[in-house]
Design a protein around this ligand. Structure first.
Ligand SMILES: Nc1nc2c(c(=O)[nH]1)N[C@H]1C(S)=C(S)[C@@H](COP(=O)(O)OP(=O)(O)OC[C@H]3O[C@@H](n4cnc5c(N)ncnc54)[C@H](O)[C@@H]3O)O[C@H]1N2
Ligand code: MOO
Length: 410
């Protein structure tokens, strides 16, 4: 049986992914990483008033049009306005007012000469350069006017937008509700952190923690349901709770073993399985299905690297789309391979842990020595996946390869 290509699998997942749709109103400080469910309007002009962009002297540009280093223009200093200060002066011909950055612009002045281009002399100042009308002035409403859209619906709130909301006193934002996510690991041999290992064949879990951390790093509301033994009744009982979540993720139990129960039991709890197995390496046995109104079920393979890759390249885009993000597709770049890569089994598209970096203006790529799907250490020191296309056995040093950065920026 031909395996499903990666693109087809991803598009099936995304076709079945719907935006949560509901929204909630939150304090702007709680909205980091959230997606705006409506346009943010400002009810004030930004800036609120004409003000100086420099520490210097507010003057009339026509008074200084012939000013130069050799032939400075002398103006009478009639006062001083600080940031936050009252604007009480009117600058008339031959006059200047000392101003500081952010200070309201005195009436009559139409430019500000930075202090570096002046020389103070008692109650006069020498201006050493001609400036145009408007120079070093921030005009009322030049950034945004009252009633205008400040941030569009669909925008992700980053620290910049948090600051912007603060600057216009926008204290409450309407953002899309986050999907509720659960992660459950399966396997008789899997032991939780802190549990004693009783026999050498037991395995310390990593998967439920990796996936929990990945969802958490996306700002999601995620529950780690721990580990369940390969007992069909217990697994089915837990799986019957999928309806409490928008996205349910299991790890393990999806390949061909006698105890790989997840793939059978999900159907019994009402999951409509859309695919099982994709032409990728690792993570081939990934299972995907839908349930209820908008539920997404992902059965990720048990091998720790397979599990992580399946999340990064298949689950994460769906979660982003569900959260209301428009930039949910993984983005690829081209890099130059610095060392020949070879593999024996070339059937599937392989995502090799790699490191990319710029050198002399070129993005270069080297790959981890650890290629197997149980080796979580293959991530350490790496920052990207190098894509080895289907049917390609060897990529020569110096060739161009496609890479995709790990989505976690630290
Ligand atoms: N006959 C076949 N065998 C396998 C196939 C196949 O096509 N035919 N596919 C292989 C591939 S590819 C993968 S990937 C794995 C996936 O298997 P499962 O999803 O069924 O996972 P398990 O069998 O439960 O475990 C696989 C492996 O991973 C370890 N594991 C499981 N859970 C965890 C956890 N929470 N933390 C850390 N490590 C975990 C487990 O001990 C196994 O070593 O199947 C291949 N086999
Ligand atoms: O495709 Mo599996 O994911 O080798 O490890």
């Amino acid at each position: 049986m031909d395996l499903m290509p990666y693109e087809e699998a991803l598009s099936i997942v995304l076709e079945n992914t719907v935006l949560i749709g509901t929204s909630e109103r939150l304090a702007f400080t709680e909205c980091l990483g959230r997606v705006l469910a409506e346009d943010v309007l400002t009810d004030t002009d930004k800036p609120l008033f004409d003000n100086s962009a420099m520490d210097g002297y507010a003057v009339r540009s026509q008074d200084i049009q012939n000013a130069s280093e050799d032939n400075p223009v002398r103006l009478e200093v009639i006062g001083e306005v600080a940031a936050g200060g009252e604007q009480t002066y009117t600058v008339k011909q031959g006059q200047a007012v000392k101003v500081f950055t952010g200070a309201p612009l005195p009436e009559g002045a139409d430019c500000v000469v930075p202090v570096e281009l002046t020389q103070r002399d008692g109650n006069t100042v020498l201006i050493k350069k001609a400036l145009k009308s408007g120079a070093n002035i921030r005009r009322k409403g030049e950034e945004v006017k009252a009633g205008e859209v400040l941030i569009k619906k669909g925008t992700v709130i980053r620290p910049y937008e948090i600051g912007l909301c603060a600057s216009v006193n926008k204290a409450i934002l309407s953002v899309y509700t986050l999907p509720k996510v659960a992660v459950l690991s399966t396997g008789d041999e899997i032991k939780d952190v802190g549990e004693p290992i009783e026999k050498p064949s037991q395995i310390r879990t990593s998967n439920n923690y990796t996936i929990f951390a990945m969802a958490k790093a996306m700002g999601l509301n995620v529950q780690n349901l721990g580990i369940v033994k390969d007992d069909p009744e217990t697994i089915k009982k837990i799986l019957s709770n999928i309806y409490d979540y928008d996205v349910f993720i299991t790890t393990g139990g999806v390949s061909a073993g006698d105890k790989d129960f997840v793939k059978m039991l999900v159907r019994e709890v009402g999951v409509d399985v859309k695919f099982h197995k994709v032409r990728i390496k690792p993570a081939k046995p990934i299972l995907f299905g839908t349930y209820g109104k908008r539920g997404l079920f992902f059965g990720l393979p048990g091998n720790p690297v397979s599990c992580a890759i399946a999340f990064d390249l298949i689950v994460r885009p769906a979660l982003l789309k569900m959260m209301g993000r428009e930039d949910y597709m993984p983005t690829y770049q081209e890099a130059y391979l610095i060392r020949t890569f070879e593999r024996k089994d070339a059937d599937r598209r392989e995502f090799v842990r790699a490191r990319v970096w710029y050198e002399n203006g070129k993005l270069l790529c080297d790959y981890s020595e650890k290629l197997q799907s149980h080796m979580l250490t293959s991530y350490v020191g790496m920052n990207a996946y190098m894509v080895v296309p289907e049917d390609v056995k060897r990529i020569e040093e110096g060739s161009r390869v496609k890479v995709v950065y790990f989505p976690w920026v630290y």
